[in-house]
Design a protein around this ligand. Sequence first.
Ligand code: SAH
Ligand code: ZN
Ligand code: ZN
Ligand code: ZN
Ligand code: ZN
Length: 490
Amino acid sequence: MHAKATSNDSDDGYGIDVVLQQGSDKIAPSCPHGPTLLFEKANKGEENGRRFYACSACRDRKDCNFFQWEDEKVSEARLKAREEENRSKKPPFSHSEYISRFREFVSLPLDQRRFCVDCQVLLLPRDWDEHSSHLTLSDDITVARLRRPSLLLCPLENKKSNAQYLFADRSCHFLLDMLSTLGFRKVLCVGTPRLHELIKLRNTEGTSEAMKSMLLDIDFRYSQFYGQDEFCHYNMFNHHFFGGNEPAGVFRDFLREEEGSKVVMVTDPPFGGLVKPLAHSFRQISDTWRELQANSQAEMPMVWIFPYFFEPRIVECFSSFTMLDYQVDYDNHALYKHGKTGRKQSPVRLFTNLPARDIVLPKEEGYRFCALCERYVSSGNKHCSKCNVCPSKDGREWRHCADCGKCVKPSWQHCTTCGRCALPDHPCGRGQTGCFNCGSPRHKHRACPGKLRLQPKGKAKGPGQTTRAAAGRPAKKRSRKAHRKKPSVT
Ligand code: SAH
Ligand code: ZN
Ligand code: ZN
Ligand code: ZN
Ligand code: ZN
């Protein structure tokens, strides 16, 4: 059975859709990132497009160039080469090797502790020769510093598929305080290494009730610092645990709520990631959790951190989720952090199945409670009596347009030619005939030269718009309605 979205609802907006095969007897081939995903490329005039397998994690072919048509016969030789390739991409050490190296490292005197910046690895004296020409760090690698790997490791920024954007302290503390207040004692951190780190730091301070945390992340550098009981090398696009059954078992054990220790999942995926496969993985995590609990009805408590313009797609996958107004800030993201001159608006929000009214957003940052919506909202988000919601998505005060029958961004004006609200300098009268991506009237978005597409082999490559930096633009324009939600800096 195929759980496939309708064909005009392709996930990336460029006619390529993910086909999630549930209970299919077909086994997807694997790339170094685990089982690949099956994609379908829409073909004009044909009901079913051609299907192919490609990497689940990397949307840039530079990072992983796995490609195979669904019906392709793959030669023995190619299968062999593929296996070899997959083996060669494995981390140089196993997780248990990393851990024994870590123990050895902390037993060294300070002046013998080195970290290779080029290789991003803790060095033991016997490794020094091999790294002698590399940039190494040797000053004061104290236990305190080793407790903050997110500061020691350089964020994977240039690699498009897993750019790392680390929470600013303020946002990270807010998240943790909120979860702790709601009574959670275990946090499954999926792609949130800094939250994991903060939980562990707080535990050592001993000032608050201890919380357990487990990190699932594709960045295996973390296996140098965290034991097998608290870190799994994991791919959230295909729910794949690297290293076999053992880590998957540890993950399962973690979800068990022994002695009433409530567990919550917090995830902050790369913004270029496809919503559907992510949701599919989170659904599987929730299902695993449910199997272990007495209450067989419930969904696992989850917080999914993602830009606000993905709201329709996330809610489509998880109807129980609501989007909160809280703006998540990052340390190493020029766009999403506090500017020197006042607050820069971050487009990143929390999506959650936790009751919104219980999540108190900080008054100091201007959030207030709307009794009608029963949730905390941004200061600029004024309740609209006609729409009966606090309508703002971006934190600014939106305005009700009687002609459109809904609230719109303050910078928009109603255009009678187009019959909708738009920016004053919109390409007027062209409606949807021009390009959604760049605004050019000369081509449709499907043919836009300035956009990303996930391409079958042999076609022109897009610029790879999958980074978080590119998240200021939605990957998809589903409909006119969704199009209006396009974030704009104006
Ligand atoms: N704000 C978070 C980090 C978010 S950046 C924090 O401060 O903790 C996205 C995270 O997801 C990174 O840690 C990255 O390594 C991880 N990631 C990227 N692709 C992934 C994948 N396919 N599977 C699992 N984790 C992934
Ligand atoms: Zn891959
Ligand atoms: Zn309201
Ligand atoms: Zn209008
Ligand atoms: Zn117009």
